[in-house]
Every structure is written in C-alpha cells, then in structure tokens.
Ligand binder design. Structure first.
Ligand code: SF4
Length: 521
C-alpha cells in the first residue's frame, strides 16, 4: 500500500464521509446508537470509497470546499478516508482537520432517534453511530506516533458541540473552527502552521461570493451548493449565522455539476440551498427569472452527460412557495419531470403564531405570524401537487413554550393529515442540559402527556408517509439486491414500529378519558 503524506490531512467522521450505499437518505441511520447498530452492520453501510493512498473518491461537500480553497492557495492538502487515516499520517503531517456534522450526538437527529426507539420499546444505549465514528477518528489521531507533530482542528456545522461540551482538551482537539471557511480559514490555518498562537475557539466571518471557488473532489450525494445563508433570521438556526442569502454564480455551479458527474460518477445532482426558490433574490421576495435560469442551466448540464441524469433540490420555506406557486410549478417541470417524485425538506417548526412571532418572524415573511399555519398547509399542498414529498420538521421545547403552543401544533398536524408530508418532531435541547443529563433531558419531554401525544401523533403520521416513500428512500442504493432487501426490511419495520406508536397513543388517550371524568365528578 502506498502511504500518502500531506502537510494538511482532512477527514471526517465515517458517518459523514460515507455516501451510505449511494443514498444520502439512508444516512439518517447514522443517528442509531450502538445498541441497535452493531460494528459489522455499520461497516457495511458506512463504506468510504478511497484510492490506494487513502484519499477519497467522494467527500462531504463542506470538506471538498475546504480542500479546494486550500489547494488554490498553494497549501498541500488532501481529503482521506477515516478508515485509512493511520496510513495517511506521517512525519510531514502538520495539521489534521476533521469535519463534523454531529460529533457529540447533540443534534436534533440524535434526539428524535432517541424518542423513536424509546417509544417503540427498543433499548437505547451507547453513542449514536455518528458520534462514535467521530471518536474513532480522534482515537486514531491520538495514538499516532506522529501525534506531537500535528495539530487537530475541528470544523463543520457541529464543531460548536466539541467546544460547548467542555471536552475539547480531553478529546485531543487543539482548535475549534466555527463558520464558513473561505474568508478567514486560510489565514487561520497559516497561523497554526507557522506556530503562532491562535484562538482555541475561532469564529469565522461569512465568505463573500468572490472567496468561493469550485470543488475538486466530488461530493457525496452529488451536492452542489447554489445559495449560502438565508437571511430570515430564525433564532435557533446555524445558516442564519451566515447572514443574507448569497447566490453562487452559474459558472461555479456548472463546474461542480461536471465534477460530480464526470469524476464522481453521480447521476442525480442535488442543488443544495436553504431556500431554492429564492436563488438570485436580494431580499425576501423570490427572483423567478434567476431561479428558472438556474434550473434550466443545471438541467441542460446534467442531460449533456446522460439522458438518465437528474437534478433535485433539498430545502424550501413554506412562505416562498405560497408567494409564487407558478414558479414552483415551472421548476417542477425540470426536477420532477415525467411525474418523477422527489423529497424536499421544510422547517415547519411550529403551528403556534406566538412562537413564530417570538423566535422566527422572518420565516413567515411576507406573511404575518398569525397566517403561518395556513401558509404551511397551502405550501405543502402546492408542493404535493407538483410531485414533491415534503419532509417537515416541527420543534418542541422552545423557551417559554406553553400547552397552548403544543395544542396549536396538534391542530396543525390534524390539518396536514391528508397531505404527503413526513412530520418529524425534533427536540430543542440546550447543550447545558445535554451535558448534565445526556439523553434523559429528552425523557422529561416524553413525561408530559400533551407533548407525548404530539410526538406520537407526529411519528404515526411520519411513519405512514414513510411507508409510501420507502422506495424513494432506497432508490439510489446502487446494489440492486441490497436495495430490494432494504426496501422489504424498511416496509416491515415501519409497519411494526408504527403499530407500537399507535398502541402508546391509545394509552395516552385512555389516560385522558380516565382523568377527565374524574375531574368533572
Ligand atoms: S428559514 Fe430556515 S435556514 Fe433560514 S434562518 Fe430560518 S431555520 Fe434557518
């Protein structure tokens, strides 16, 4: 085996490094804990394609961006597989950068997985696989004979978790980098390489469009960023920290599509954005001309390399859909051509206008918070009519949340019952609570009958919808036998687990019926 020595070695937790058998949606499995996802199964699912020197064939998008920027400035950097990390380290390695999406397991995804298993009566113990795979990377680094030669820096959307956990030093992490890389990252890295004293926790400024360059290593899931930031200003959101929406120029997008198709051998290009229908916008209002031009360019570019190639996108708000349903229809003619069905995520967050007003007023704009529940229902209907299946998240445990807010969530859920939407209830857990109580912080929410009822109802609806979409979830799995097995197993387990939730729900309803007559007596 060749040994790859680079001054800067970039890697990530295996859960994120992997393209999960060709389907990024299968990647949600990474939130399962050790008691459910054993080592053998995890290794089969979270494979990482690499070359003999340990460098990867495809990488998480954010890491490809970091690599491209560093290389463009003359740094010696390479992305290596977490499984090949040992042989990629050498006496010349000066810095190892780890990209993390949920290194400590504090994310919403880990939280909802805890609820799902607990409510289905499945034992939850150990770390979520994603967090375990982050620890594995650190262990490999910490026992390396070259450990004293290099510094370890953690970046990516969940880098804050490492700092806030208070475990940074214990884990062997020298620096935590938060924010976008392109503007301040290179100088930060240069400072470390030159032996300067740099801050242990560094907050980078958002990049300007002129700082952003195309990726060289293809990205997992065929991701190509088309906008950055969002500008709606929700209080609890990371993309919000990036400030106003910035639209990536067509030339960069086109180049990245080609890298993914030609080098990455990917067939579906995911035009990633927090709000696809606001590409090219200067404020809240969409710019339909720009969105359509982008869609056409992307569509023509993928088709140039194969009739079967497709484009997708991943996120929208409800408001922008209601603002311009005609734009949604026109874009669907490209993305969902010929009746193809795809997923799109929408942060519904809450059915309570009061919470919208307090924490995410911008999410409803140009509509008023009081209109928000209607906007959500209308938007999901429009997306469904245009062959999008919506994955809608709803957050619990906002500060000062009252029973009235949960009642508003239940009402909204009821209005969504005939729509094609996977409703995921997500827990907002302050890190301090996680540090003190771990996942038991989530038990407190389950102990409250009203919240328990909402979580169960949302999960029943989610599992019902997922049964309809299992085929879409496994569609991109490259091996046909594995695809078929995952499809059958997926359907079977969804049905069994859904029945358990329904059983729990009738228990909650029985408790209500018992309590109400007693109280009235
Ligand atoms: S609309 Fe979505 S991406 Fe934008 S700030 Fe709010 S939660 Fe974040």
């Amino acid at each position: 085996m060749e040994r790859g020595f680079h001054e800067i070695v970039l890697t990530s937790e295996a859960a994120i490094a992997s393209d999960t058998l060709g389907s990024s949606l299968v990647g949600f499995i990474s939130a399962l804990p050790e008691s459910v996802l054993g080592d053998t199964l995890a290794k089969m699912i979270f494979k990482v394609g690499s070359y003999p020197d340990g460098t990867v064939k495809r990488a998480p998008y954010g890491l490809s961006k970091v690599e491209a920027k560093l290389k463009s400035l003359g740094f010696d950097a390479a992305i290596v597989s977490p499984y090949e990390l040992k042989k990629s380290l050498g006496p010349g390695t000066k810095l190892v950068g780890i990209y993390t999406m949920d290194g400590m397991g504090y994310s919403y995804g880990s939280g909802i997985t805890y609820w799902m298993l607990k409510l289905a009566g499945i034992k939850y113990s150990g770390l979520p696989f994603i967090a375990k795979s982050f620890r594995n990377v650190l262990e490999t680094l910490n026992v390396s004979p070259y450990r004293n030669n290099f510094k370890v820096i953690v970046g990516g959307p969940a880098s804050w978790q490492v700092y806030d956990s208070g475990l940074r030093k214990e884990l062997g992490v020298d620096y935590v980098f938060e924010g976008e890389f392109e503007k301040d990252g290179p100088a930060f890295i240069r400072g470390i390489l030159q032996g300067q004293k740099m801050p242990e926790m560094f907050y980078a400024r958002p990049a300007g469009i002129e700082d952003i360059i195309p990726i060289e290593t293809p990205s997992n899931g065929g991701l190509v960023e088309v906008t950055r930031g969002c500008g709606r200003g929700c209080a609890f959101c990371t993309p919000n920290l990036s400030g106003m929406i910035r639209s990536i120029p067509f030339e960069i997008i086109q180049k990245e599509i080609e890298v993914n198709i030609l080098m990455g051998k990917l067939k579906d290009i995911n035009l990633h954005s927090e709000e696809y229908f606001r590409y090219g916008a200067n404020g809240i209002d969409p710019n339909p001309e720009k969105v359509l031009k982008l869609t056409e360019i992307a569509y023509k570019t993928v088709k140039k390399y194969g009739k079967e190639n497709t484009i997708s996108t991943d996120f929208t708000t409800a408001a922008v859909v209601v603002q311009n349903p005609n734009l949604v229809k026109k874009v669907a003619e490209y993305i969902n051509e010929g009746g193809r069905k795809t997923f799109i995520e929408m942060g519904i967050e809450t059915g309570s206008p009061k919470l919208i007003e307090r924490y995410m007023k911008g999410k409803a704009l140009p509509y008023r918070p009081v209109q928000y529940p209607d906007v959500v229902v209308q938007a999901i209907g429009t997306l469904n009519d245009n062959n999008w299946f919506v994955v809608g998240t709803m957050i619990l445990n906002f500060p000062d949340e009252t029973d009235e807010d949960i009642m508003a969530n239940l009402e909204l859920l009821d209005r969504l019952k005939d729509l094609k939407v996977v409703t995921f209830p997500l827990p907002l857990v302050p890190v301090a609570a996680f540090r003190k109580k771990g996942f038991t912080a989530l038990d407190e929410m389950l102990e409250d009958p009203l919240r328990r009822e909402f979580i169960l109802k949302a999960l029943v609806k989610a599992f019902d919808s997922l049964k309809e979409t299992t085929k879409m979830v496994v569609d991109n799995v490259s091996n046909p036998l594995v695809r078929m097995l995952m499809y059958r197993f997926g359907l079977f387990s969804l049905e069994i687990i859904k029945k358990k939730y329904e059983g729990q729900l009738s228990m909650v309803e029985r408790q209500y019926n018992d309590v109400i007559p007693n109280e009235m007596a």
